[in-house]
Design a protein around this ligand. Structure first.
Ligand code: HEM
Length: 548
């Protein structure tokens, strides 16, 4: 074994034209070149405006990971303009483009030359499955084509009713929490993110797989628990350790392998590798459940007598489409189908929960907007407690509130791409290997588009959009182009149904004087403190006042 490694090493040295004696010098030279010579003296990007490199080993890393997600980048754009160059750890350059022309090139016309970088694909693959979020090019086109019908408007319309059992359970739980207080009129401080996370998990499981974890009543449900552990890896001190692990070449494959799972107890013994053991255990549990779900869907298909009897959840639709296709078109394998379970959970659950928690926070701080929303939704819910897709879509103020919340506090504040080759982006030469920020929060609150009050929550702006507004590139919360969020309409509808239900029954206020929002700096931006809010039950609005 050691002879083979020695031999492989000799071959590598030979290819590099090196000897053992020259190896340390070569490593020093490469490090010096990467960290100092290239970014400071040679790179064509060194003349672009941007923050100073600072410590050459870590560059702007501290600002990027320790400050609120998207905020350092917003400050740079304010200071240096619409194209910013910033150096990260070990001299890796990253560019920020904010103009629609540049974003069109990166996300739409040149999407194949600007793929997701492999470290992002590795993180996403491990926590959100090797599905749509990790594939590119032709494989992505085929997979997306196979999945699009499941996210079509007719299917979403048919699914809306599936939200309401969970929403009604949530309302009952919140009401009993408040009523259990000695003085219910004063309300109760409740961690709203936690409840938003449970209700969205129950809804995504039901709409995506027809599975009912009922995490609202049963926090120890196996899937809910396994997934919770996976999420914890992406926040707090774990995120840095997690990134360090996935950038080690070959490590993501080890983590995803059966061998890794069988030997996970080795990893538990070493503190730095402990997140790897948790990850392998959670993934194994989720995979076991998804295998059972797939087997059930396939069996259901054999017994469903008619189309109307057939299940409407996304996985059932995918299984039916695969069978109907009779092997003529693109066939999603069983493994790919199981990976979608993790993708829907990873991409569709925490994002929607964070979007809802931020909306409640913004409404808690804007009583007028909250009262207006309660007035609008109560009038509808009084006659129809389970509004359908069209009714929810037509609620104008609800739409303004949701869009404005997704604009100022986007659940995904930033994503990244990598220049796969030398190219020109909106007149700027971008060398191969440069990281490209997709600055979602920066663009969403850019004063050049949204005006001087761009950073403020003002739902009424959606009634009269600024003339600079571009429907594709001014609100990037779901990004744009072939990789744009496939679940956008589903997420918006789900947020609307949940908000309408709870705003009609409860009033929300900050939990204490001086409370500030505490967004995490992770892949998704969720409230680090679980979003405590004071919740009070509201009396039903008299029918006469609704008619006004
Ligand atoms: C408020 C809620 C949501 C937000 C803010 C959001 C945001 C995003 C963003 C920014 C991306 C692009 C990521 C990147 O390319 O780096 C994305 C992709 C994706 N999202 Fe969402 N998402 C939400 C809800 C959902 C839901 C409910 C689902 C599915 C059930 C979903 C499924 C996906 C998938 C599969 C992709 C990958 C698309 C592709 O590459 O073709 N998302 N989402």
């Amino acid at each position: 074994m050691s002879l083979t490694i020695q031999h492989a090493f000799d071959v590598v040295l030979n290819v590099l034209g090196l000897t053992y004696q020259r190896l340390p010098g070569y490593i020093c030279y490469r490090a010096l070149y990467r960290i100092v010579l290239w970014p400071c003296l040679l790179s064509p990007l060194r003349h672009l405006p941007g923050p100073p490199t600072g410590n050459p080993l870590i560059g702007q890393w501290r600002a990027i990971v320790h400050k609120e997600a998207g905020i350092p980048q917003r400050e740079w754009v304010k200071k240096y303009g619409p194209v910013v160059s910033a150096v990260g750890p070990i001299g890796v350059e990253r560019l920020i483009f904010t103009k629609p022309e540049a974003l069109h090139r990166i996300l739409v016309s040149g999407w194949l030359e600007c793929p997701r970088p492999s470290f992002l694909k590795n993180i996403l693959g491990l926590v959100a499955g090797y599905g749509l979020l990790t594939v590119t090019g032709n494989e992505h086109k085929q997979m997306r084509k196979a999945m699009n019908p499941a996210f079509s408007i007719p299917n979403l319309m048919a699914q809306t009713d599936m939200y309401y059992d969970s929403i009604e359970s949530l309302i009952d739980i919140l009401r009993s929490e408040v009523n259990a207080e000695r003085d219910p009129a004063k309300g109760k401080e409740i961690l709203m993110y936690d409840w938003m996370s449970k209700v969205t998990l129950d809804i995504i499981c039901e709409t995506a797989f027809g599975y009912k974890p009922d995490s609202l009543h049963n926090p120890h449900n196996e899937l809910a628990e396994a997934y919770e552990n996976l999420i914890d890896l992406q926040s707090g001190p774990n995120i840095a350790r997690f990134i360090l692990l996935v950038i080690i070449p070959g490590f993501p494959y080890l983590l995803a392998s059966q061998w890794g799972y069988n030997h996970r107890h080795w990893f538990e013994k070493i503190p730095i590798l402990r997140p790897a053991a948790i990850l392998m255990d959670s993934m194994h549990r989720i995979k076991t459940i998804s295998r059972q779900m797939l087997a059930e869907k396939t069996a259901d298909l054999a017994v469903a007598a008619s189309d109307t009897e057939a299940k409407r959840d996304i996985m059932s639709l995918l299984v039916r489409a695969r069978t109907a296709d009779k092997g003529e078109g693109y066939q999603m394998s069983d493994t790919a189908m199981m990976d979608q379970v993790l993708t829907f959970l990873g991409a569709g659950h925490e994002t929607t929960a964070s979007g809802l928690a931020w909306t409640l926070w913004l409404l808690a701080n804007d009583t007028a907007a909250q009262d207006k929303l309660r007035h609008e939704v109560s009038a509808i819910l009084a006659n129809n407690p389970r509004p359908d897709y069209r009714t929810l879509k037509d609620l104008q103020w609800l739409d303004c509130v949701v869009m404005e919340s997704l604009r100022v506090l986007p659940p995904v504040p930033m994503t990244v791409r990598k220049a796969a080759e030398n190219q020109s982006i909106d007149g700027t030469f971008v060398p191969k290997g440069t990281l490209l920020y997709i600055p979602i929060r920066v663009v969403n609150t850019w004063k050049e588009i949204w005006g001087e009050d761009a950073e403020e929550f003002r739902p009424e702006r959606w009634l009269n959009l600024p003339k600079e507004y571009n429907s594709t590139f001014s609100l990037l919360s779901f990004i744009a182009g072939p990789h744009a969020c496939i679940g956008k309409t589903m997420a918006i509808m789900e947020m609307k149904a949940i908000l309408a239900g709870i705003i009609a029954k409860f009033a929300f206020e900050p939990a204490y004087v001086g409370q500030v929002a505490k967004p995490t700096a992770a892949i998704t931006m969720k409230p680090a403190d679980g979003m405590p809010l004071r919740v009070r039950c509201v009396a039903p609005t008299p029918v006469a006042s609704m008619a006004l």
